[in-house]
Design a protein around this ligand. Structure first.
Ligand SMILES: [Zn+2]
Length: 126
């Protein structure tokens, strides 16, 4: 998978993410998760499978990390390699495994009204 890049056409790429619950077999889980529970993140949209929930405390732990995981990172940056996040309940053995599942291209004009500095705006009148 190549690093996301920018282009001159007013678009950019972000990694799609999957966050999956993992836990030792038979372990007592306190956050309401089941191993294999997951969600996907496509741009800013978080998608849960129908009927599946996700702890707000677990989600709060993950939220600061997810936008960084969507973007290219220096290979020496710990965030580029550390893929598991611990459950915020210190007595709960669950981990949340973050994987990049693909690249998705977005049009800047679809996600912000702010113009990019130094970039040609393909939406701008000529
Ligand atoms: Zn947990």
């Amino acid at each position: 998978m190549s690093d996301p890049g920018t282009s001159d056409d007013g678009t950019f790429e972000l990694y799609d993410l999957k966050v999956e619950v993992v836990a030792p077999p038979g372990a007592k889980i306190y956050c309401g998760a089941r191993p294999g529970d997951h969600f996907e993140l496509h741009g800013e949209m978080l998608r849960l499978p129908p009927g599946q929930g996700f702890s707000i405390y677990s989600l709060a732990t993950l939220l600061p990390l997810l936008p960084a995981k969507q973007r290219p990172l220096d290979p020496h940056d710990w965030m580029a390699t550390d893929m598991e996040v611990a459950c915020p309940d210190p007595n709960c053995p669950t981990r949340f495994r973050i994987t990049r599942t693909g690249l998705r291209r977005f049009r800047r004009a679809d996600v912000t009204a702010v113009r990019a500095a130094g970039c040609r705006d393909p939406e701008a009148p000529r």
